[in-house]
Write a protein that binds this ligand. Structure first.
Ligand code: FES
Length: 117
């Protein structure tokens, strides 16, 4: 069973970053894709990969914030970042690095494998 301190730790640490890439089909209706969310998702993915941040990015469907987007949300349970601009990406990536930590460097196969044992 999860202890209260462990639970609050789980709530704070995002496991996924959701970036809405929905495009509404009727002309003139606001949508995250129309506001440039694909470029935001690409930039966030590049930042996460470069910094080796231990979090996944998912391009999501509409999160119901169409008039306020582009929409980015840290999940589970994180706040909506509204509107998200391309210029916000470095700060969001830096925040994710603090919240999620980094993956260990991939320095090749384990030493035992190299020794043939
Ligand atoms: S289109 Fe992105 S929240 Fe609705």
């Amino acid at each position: 069973m999860t202890k209260p301190s462990e639970f609050s730790e789980l709530v704070r640490r995002p496991s996924v970053v959701l970036v809405c890439v929905n495009r509404r089909l009727k002309m003139g209706e606001p949508s995250c894709a129309a506001g440039g969310s694909e470029a935001i998702a690409d930039a966030m993915e590049a930042g996460i990969r470069t910094e080796r941040i231990d979090v996944k990015l998912e391009r999501s469907i509409c999160m119901g914030q169409c008039t306020k987007g582009p929409t980015v949300r840290f999940a589970p349970g994180g706040r909506f970042n509204l509107p998200t601009r391309l210029s916000d990406v470095p700060a969001l990536v830096a925040e994710l690095k603090v919240l999620c930590g980094v993956k260990p460097a991939d320095d090749g196969p384990p030493l035992l494998h190299l020794l043939g044992s």
